[in-house]
Design a protein around this ligand. Structure first.
Ligand SMILES: C[S@@+](CC[C@H](N)C(=O)[O-])C[C@H]1O[C@@H](n2cnc3c(N)ncnc32)[C@H](O)[C@@H]1O
Ligand code: SF4
Length: 477
């Protein structure tokens, strides 16, 4: 298919979705505003303080599988769109100090949990850029991880990487160390096969660097290798996006994760992209074009035999999906996060590690205190909304499991939402499963905000039309 034909076809498919109807109904916020559901309640919104009793009675229960997240907050440069907690130009000493604090944090948690080791079911080492560490620091990180964690039951260890940090002998050595220590899935932040956009994004690598980095990853040999790509960036057109998708596919990756540019921050840090959007919205692609790009993503993935194993993650099959993502979404498993700004959900308690600064994180740990600065215990209301929002977005809600977890049926908990979503052809039921339809999958993030408590909705009521899918209309309070 020629590129214009593919783009026209994607445009026709988007028209069939009748976006206008969903805007008028209040499902899609006005002006193309977008906020993805990563978790529920949305991670930064646990209130400004920490419940005093948040950790009371908390015990680690090895029989409950949990995923582990490790945050490495260092990068070679700060990308314009990045809202994560990262530091650039850190000295060797600063990184070493952070690794020391991280090891201390894991020790304190083991003491708190009363265990010798924590047994992750799946793991993500992310950031930031874990491969911003030197080979020596990478080896130290894994020594510390193995002191605190037992990888015996871990089904997958994913490491996020950035192309420029994988080059040369040092890059190769880091990859070898990672492989020797059990990393079996590499996620590479490629973003675009377009040097002009990469430069504008503030990335410190070119497409040629990506090719070299991919060769290094292949030489070391990991069970699975996927790339992250972003669309909706200023200057990004359906044509450029199509080239990026086709190039990724031609490189025979095991999967790609397609991110729509997030302008509204999800955490405490606000990327420069937000100011750019506020001052020059005209340089961003129109939302209609963004939908065409999104549709192209599914089309090209399908053409290459990739399936959507978790929402927006297209892979050669379940073996290549992110177990970490699948475990805490579809699997509703606990998440134990370590590192500045990491989040956790352990036995019904949500909490966040301080992400203010590395100095603050280190200082709290030096005092022998756990570095949590915000948290809440899940209420019955949170439990219901969490159990539906994070599963429906991905592979669907098991009605039986929902009842077991909450004591009520999905229909009793959310009668209005489900009836309205069904009316617009966004969800469907098949036996035990409540799932998104093809139309619902396209608008998965918007559909699942229907289950948010109004206090956690990302935009004010006026951002949504006053139709029956206005997310504020479901909750009379
Ligand atoms: C935490 S980053 C880690 C990867 C690595 N640091 C890098 O950027 O190459 C994970 C992925 O999130 C995506 N991402 C980060 N900020 C984003 C934003 N504002 N909008 C959309 N996607 C974003 C990028 O695709 C990135 O590769
Ligand atoms: S997107 Fe990745 S490389 Fe860029 S600043 Fe954020 S974490 Fe670092």
């Amino acid at each position: 298919m020629e590129s214009t034909e593919a783009i026209d076809h994607a445009g026709n498919l988007v028209r069939l979705l009748n976006v206008e109807e969903l805007q008028l109904a209040g499902l899609i916020p006005k002006g193309g505003l977008y906020y993805p559901t990563i978790y529920y309640p949305p991670i930064p919104m646990y209130g400004g303080s920490c419940e005093a009793a948040i950790l009371d009675g908390l015990k680690y229960d090895g029989s409950r599988p949990a995923s582990v997240y490790i945050h490495i907050p260092f990068c070679r440069s700060r990308c314009l769109y990045c809202h994560w907690m990262v530091n650039v130009d850190s000295t060797e000493r600063e990184v070493d100090d952070y690794l020391g604090s991280l090891a201390r944090e894991m020790e304190l948690w083991k003491e708190k949990f009363g265990v010798r080791k924590i047994h992750p079911r799946s793991m993500l080492i992310g950031g930031g850029t874990p491969t911003a560490l030197s080979p020596k620091q990478t080896a130290r990180l894994f020594r510390d991880l193995k002191t605190a964690l037992d990888f015996g039951e871990c089904t997958q260890v994913t490491c996020e990487t950035e192309p420029g940090s994988l080059l040369g002998d040092s890059g190769l050595e880091k990859l070898r160390i990672m492989k020797e220590n059990g990393v079996d899935r590499i996620s590479l932040g490629v973003q675009a096969f377009d040097d002009e956009s990469l430069k504008d994004m503030g990335r410190r690598h070119s497409s040629a660097d990506v090719m070299k980095a991919m060769e290094q990853v292949r030489n070391v040999g990991f069970r699975s290798f996927s790339v992250d790509l972003i669309y909706g960036y200023p200057g990004c057109t359906p044509e450029k996006w199509l080239t990026t998708l086709e190039t990724a596919l031609s490189l025979d990756v095991d999967g790609f994760q397609l991110y729509r540019l997030r302008i509204v921050p999800h955490g405490d840090k606000v990327g420069t992209i937000k100011t750019r959007f506020d001052t020059s919205p005209e340089i961003f692609p129109a939302v209609e074009e963004i939908y065409v790009m999104k549709q192209l993503g599914s089309m090209i993935a399908g053409r290459g035999g990739l399936v959507e194993t978790s929402r927006r993650l297209f892979t050669k099959g379940p073996a290549h999906t992110s177990h970490y993502l699948a475990d805490h979404t579809d699997g509703l498993m606990d998440v134990i996060g370590f590192g500045a700004s990491s989040w956790s959900n352990v036995q019904g308690r949500f909490y966040l590690d301080t992400g203010e600064s590395l100095d603050r994180y280190a200082a709290v740990l030096r005092e022998g205190t756990l570095p949590i600065n915000r948290g809440k215990t899940r209420t019955a209301d949170d439990q219901r909304r969490w159990a539906i929002a994070v599963t429906l977005k991905h592979n669907g809600v098991s009605k039986r499991r929902f009842r077991d977890l909450t004591g009520v049926s999905v229909g009793e908990a959310f009668p209005r939402q489900i009836e309205c979503l069904r009316k617009y052809g966004l969800v469907e039921e098949d036996g035990d499963m409540l799932s998104l339809t093809a139309r619902g999958r396209f608008f998965a993030d918007e559909v699942v905000t229907q289950f948010y408590h109004p206090k956690y909705l990302p935009f004010p009521r006026s951002a949504y039309a006053e139709g029956d899918l206005n997310p504020f209309s479901h909750d009379p309070s």
